[in-house]
Design a protein around this ligand. Structure first.
Ligand SMILES: Cc1cc2nc3c(=O)[nH]c(=O)nc-3n(C[C@H](O)[C@H](O)[C@H](O)COP(=O)(O)OP(=O)(O)OC[C@H]3O[C@@H](n4cnc5c(N)ncnc54)[C@H](O)[C@@H]3O)c2cc1C
Length: 599
């Protein structure tokens, strides 16, 4: 057995993982394990910007930003976390600037800022310029800048190491009120080295999960092929709950039929959505901020236009993003990449013709629950000492039921930094937890099960069918029937998954094997999301139930917490379906009472 020992192990080298590594690497012996080469992480695909109330070009302050984030998330946001994020946003941008990030500038040399959906002046009066950006390559610049700074601080990277298991031990403990419980403690992780096919155990005092999202449960998605929910899946299988997984964001402007993203920055720079009648339809849905309403509202409006027959194209199945009234030089300077995407993938020239767009699966609002220090919760009241999570894999609940654009690049920087500091500081006083006996056992079993299987099922086929049913039934509009359809389908996929055959039986660069493992995570995540959506009989943020079209604060102003529980059998009730137990967690309120959400 190959065992490595580090104070801190960080899983993932996207923005959150590397921001954590910069802090942790300066304080403790730190290793970053990543299935991708760091600069290939999805953060590098982010386009439009990262927000902070710098007030460089217009009056702004962190309190307005906090309010927008909470209202944008349809009040399911933990307000203490939103305050932390909005306050620390300013330093997060300045940290990146000091590290060398080339932001776009105003003529006076300040960091320029542009408009984005849901970000407003003075509690919703008008859109405000809050997003800092580097053309439409903001994520690329962030990722490169963070990587260079990790190299500067001698962070050790293990590239193409797939983490497949989290090592947890349970100790008997007693709560303050005298009730006994099992306290989870983190001992390390198990990883698979793609190049050699060998397993490596990493023993660590602190483990930080920063492994990104799960957008590949959908077919039409802006997400990279690798976003298969591994971190969420690994934690879930080890008894950590997942929070608010039913809330998945559909970004309004994916290239129609493809899902490739066109940043909301386009609308921030003045682009307009139109239906087949040429109407600027967002004026009807959000009279005050129109095309710059939050994403859930715009995505639903678009889907509704199509449903009511005002879609464009031969099949009337998309709407148009119109940039033709903007100066070509302005578009070229501010949005060079996405205009090129429209030309390359759809053959449309955005200077002269509007671009076909439709909502695309984009962002997981839910994830591994943490507090504002990024410590992972094993239940509502108890943390897992030494275990941290940050970025899209986590749910500190700054996004509630709908994330505002540019708040994720912010989230990964603010909470990535917090995680790096907290994990390193913890490791200074903590001892290593003894590894469980045969720590590789579960991973070996998982891999050999897949390698030795000789059934007739193919991974790609099951994945495709899963994505098809998720697109058809778990998208912008949901009903009880559509969600039960997904759960029925998943039950069959799970059976078929037991009979998959991995054709490559080799040890080196066996991506065939890893795609089979990733499909297991996708199935788990799709199921958790759908069970949550079935249970939540209301509409809020990104979750819209046609059979329950209103927000129901009385019954559902609470986070959902899904636990793996094999004692729950299939179809017993809406609260508990097929191996998943649903509980709730209170929302943290500080100063904002829930109001009707009008824009
Ligand atoms: C096309 C696109 C455009 C976007 N534009 C914006 C924007 O303009 N503004 C904004 O705020 N947000 C934007 N977002 C969202 C934002 O980019 C992401 O939410 C954020 O970058 C996620 O960062 P992360 O560090 O959590 O994860 P990622 O950057 O996805 O990194 C995940 C890391 O985890 C590693 N990993 C995963 N699984 C494993 C495993 N099993 N073992 C080891 N390592 C693993 C990967 O190798 C990778 O290094 C955009 C997203 C997309 C898809």
């Amino acid at each position: 057995m190959q065992v490595h020992k580090y104070d801190v192990v960080i899983v993932g080298a996207g923005g959150a993982g590397m921001r954590a590594a910069i802090e942790s690497g300066q304080r403790a012996r730190t290793a970053v394990l990543t299935k991708l080469y760091p600069t290939r992480s999805h953060t590098g695909a982010a386009q439009g910007g990262m927000c902070a109330a710098l007030a460089n070009v217009e009056e702004d302050n962190w309190e307005w930003h906090t309010f927008d984030t909470i209202k944008g998330g349809d009040y399911l946001v933990d307000q203490d976390a939103a305050e932390v994020m909005a306050k620390e946003a300013i330093d997060a941008v300045l940290d990146l600037e000091k590290m060398g990030l080339p932001f776009n500038r105003t003529p006076e040399g300040r960091i320029d800022q542009r408009r984005f959906g849901g970000h407003t002046r003075d509690h919703g009066k008008a859109p405000v310029r809050r997003a800092c950006y580097a053309a439409d390559r903001t994520g690329h610049m962030i990722l490169q800048t963070l990587y260079q700074n990790c190299v500067k601080h001698n962070v050790e990277f293990y590239n193409e190491y797939y983490v497949l298991d989290l090592l947890i031990v349970e100790e008997d403990a007693v709560r303050e009120d005298g009730t006994p419980y099992k306290q989870k403690r983190v001992a390390g992780v198990v990883s698979y080295d793609l190049a050699s096919g060998e397993l490596h155990v990493f023993q660590a005092k602190s483990v930080v999960f920063a492994s990104g999202g799960a957008g590949k449960v959908f077919k039409t998605t802006s997400n990279a092929h690798t976003l298969t929910g591994d971190g969420m899946g690994i934690a879930f299988r080890r008894g950590i709950p997942l929070e608010d997984m039913e809330f998945f964001q559909f970004h309004p402007t994916g290239l129609a039929g493809l899902g490739i993203l066109l940043t909301e920055g386009a609308r921030g720079e003045g682009a307009i959505l139109r239906n087949s009648e040429g109407e600027r339809f967002m004026e009807r849905y959000a009279p005050t901020i129109k095309d710059l309403a939050p994403r859930d509202i715009v995505a639903r409006a678009m889907a509704n236009e199509v449903r009511e027959g005002r879609g464009c194209g031969p099949d009337k199945d998309y709407v148009l993003l119109d940039l033709t009234h903007l100066e070509p030089a302005h578009i070229e300077a501010k949005l060079p990449d996405i205009t090129e995407f429209a030309r390359t993938y759809l053959g449309v020239e955005p200077f002269t013709d509007p671009v076909p767009v439709f909502p695309t699966a984009h962002y997981a609002m839910g994830g591994i629950p943490t507090n504002i220090t990024t410590e992972v919760l094993q239940d509502n009241d108890t943390i897992v000492p030494g275990l941290y999570a940050a970025g899209e894999v986590a749910c500190v609940s700054v996004h509630g039921s709908n994330r505002l654009g540019t708040n994720s690049l912010l989230d990964i920087n603010v909470f990535g930094k917090r995680a790096g500091i907290a994990a390193a500081e913890y490791s200074k006083t903590a001892d290593f937890v003894e590894l469980p006996e045969d720590p590789e056992a579960m991973t070996r079993g998982l891999l050999s099960g897949l390698l030795e299987g000789n059934g007739t099922e193919r991974v790609a086929q099951i994945r495709k069918e899963l994505q098809d049913t998720m697109d058809a039934n778990m998208q912008v509009f949901r009903t009880k029937e559509s969600l039960e359809q997904v759960l029925n389908d998943i039950e069959k996929f799970e059976e078929r998954y037991k009979n998959v055959t991995v054709q490559d039986k080799g040890k080196r660069f066996n991506l065939d094997l890893l795609e089979a493992v990733e499909l297991g995570f996708l199935l788990d995540m799709a199921k958790v999301m759908t069970v949550g959506a079935l249970h939540r009989e209301e509409s809020r943020g990104g979750h819209y139930r046609e059979d329950f079209p209103d927000r129901d604060d009385e019954k559902f102003m609470k986070h959902s917490m899904a636990y793996l529980d094999s004692s729950v059998t299939v179809g017993s009730s809406a609260e508990s379906v097929a191996g998943i137990r649903l509980e709730t967690k209170p929302v943290v309120f500080t100063r904002y009472e829930p109001m009707e959400r009008k824009y």
